[in-house]
Design a protein around this ligand. Structure first.
Ligand code: C5P
Length: 409
């Protein structure tokens, strides 16, 4: 997978994140891609065409009515003479134009005229991203096969507000571009997948929490494997120390309730793979100050409350993905417990494994799983977690593409 030798048309629209697009140009070029930049009028308020052109080593196209530009390449050629169109940052306004087929400047005209894959990296205030109008536009664009990367969660550059709205980092965009330009077969192209991964942290007080030994390795590997097959993957992860997988949108959460909300916000989807080791319980009332030792030496009693079951919620949801897969980490009666979960949680498959400490599976690099479904049980040999992920992604692709999407002979 590489962008070397590929021609990328980079559309920069007007947001503060435009400064990151300068770095994006560098990253793409140092990997051997040719970058042709287009800037909206808004973008030019944030970064100068001079800086963009210098980094791209190309001229910058800004005006649909420029005689010079039209004589040079013309907007239709601009739209077609590339392997990939990247829109970074994409403002709410430009996305609204795209969703409605408006073409009132060079950027929107190119986006309407192009027949190339389009990757959009939104950047906006979290309230604008969450607005029903933007949600509708994103759905429309997804249905039009527009790919998204981000936005990520975090603090906004201009307002300091927190939430989803930050543009994906340049290297994340490069990784997604590499995946999109990869010529491998993409049986999951156009399918949306939600993957949960890692542990959850359930706070006791501002400094302490309840957690578990999950590393996130298996869930992250599954997210990467699905992305490799072309799926548009949202990875909702608890706190982990491993790197983000390439080519997926990462949503970071801490507690089970946040994880559930993040997963629900990603619906509708075609595929859900719930790999996270979600804490079954949280502390009923989190202390707002650090809990102190008592003079009499009596330890505090922790009152627990049950957490929402994310897999079960998704398995019985009105917008249930076509394929719902759960994991069952067991220390005994693996088959029996796994099969019971299939029913109870409304899953199509349960990937069951024995996580007794002696197996070293929890947090380790390898896994030994069996796939439990209504049709029976299949035991897989012990494999690296990446291999388990690849086999599972292949199984998902097989299931997702049959029978409706299978071409009639
Ligand atoms: O019931 P148990 O925790 O063993 O079920 C494991 C499966 O359910 C995993 O797929 C896990 O991600 C999911 N799960 C969940 N929410 C919970 C507990 C488990 O999604 N609160």
């Amino acid at each position: 997978m590489s962008v070397a030798g590929k021609r990328i048309l980079l559309i920069i629209s007007g947001g503060i994140a435009a400064y990151k697009s300068l770095d994006l140009i560098r990253r793409l070029r140092e990997r051997g891609a040719a970058v042709r930049p287009v800037m909206t009028a808004g973008a030019q308020q944030f970064v100068t065409p001079l800086a963009v052109g210098a980094l791209a080593a190309d001229r910058v196209y800004t005006d649909v009515f420029s005689r010079e530009d039209e004589q040079d390449v013309g907007h239709i050629r601009l739209a077609r003479e590339c392997d990939l169109v990247i829109v970074a940052p994409a403002t709410a306004d430009l996305m609204a134009k795209m969703a409605n087929g408006l073409a009132d400047d060079l950027a929107s005209t190119i986006l309407l005229a192009t027949d190339r894959p389009v990757l959009v990296a939104p950047a906006m205030n979290p309230k604008m991203w969450a607005h029903p109008a933007t949600r509708r536009n994103v759905e429309t664009l997804r249905a039009d096969h527009i790919r998204f990367i981000g936005p990520n969660s975090g603090e906004m550059a201009e307002s300091g507000e927190a939430g989803a709205g930050r543009m994906a980092e340049p290297l994340e965009i490069v990784a997604r571009a590499e995946t999109l330009l990869d010529d491998q077969p993409k049986p999951l192209a156009g399918r949306k997948a939600i993957v949960t991964s890692g542990p959850t942290h359930e706070p006791i007080d501002p400094v302490r929490y309840i957690a578990n030994r999950s590393s996130g390795r298996q869930g992250h590997a599954i997210a990467a494997a699905l992305a490799k097959l072309g799926a548009d993957v949202a990875l909702v992860t608890g706190p982990v120390t491993i790197p983000d997988p390439e080519g997926v949108t990462v949503v970071r959460v801490e507690r089970a309730e946040e994880m559930l909300n993040a997963v629900l916000a990603e619906l509708p989807a075609d595929i859900a793979v719930m790999v996270a080791a979600v804490a079954d319980w949280r502390v009923a009332s989190e202390a707002s100050e650090k809990v102190k030792k008592q003079a009499d030496g009596v330890p505090p009693a922790l009152q627990l409350a049950e957490n929402p079951d994310i897999l079960k919620t998704i398995g019985h949801h009105a917008l249930r993905p076509k394929l719902v897969i759960g994991f069952a980490a067991e220390t005994q009666n693996v088959e029996e417990n796994g099969r019971a979960k299939l029913q109870r949680k409304g899953a199509d498959f349960i990937v069951a494994n024995d996580v007794s400490p002696a197996t070293g599976i929890m947090g380790g690099p390898r896994n030994s799983v069996r796939i439990i479904s209504a049709g029976g049980t299949e035991q897989w040999p012990e494999l690296a977690k990446e291999e388990v992920a690849e086999r599972l992604a292949a199984l998902i692709a097989e299931r997702t593409t049959e029978p409706a999407a299978r071409k009639p002979r």
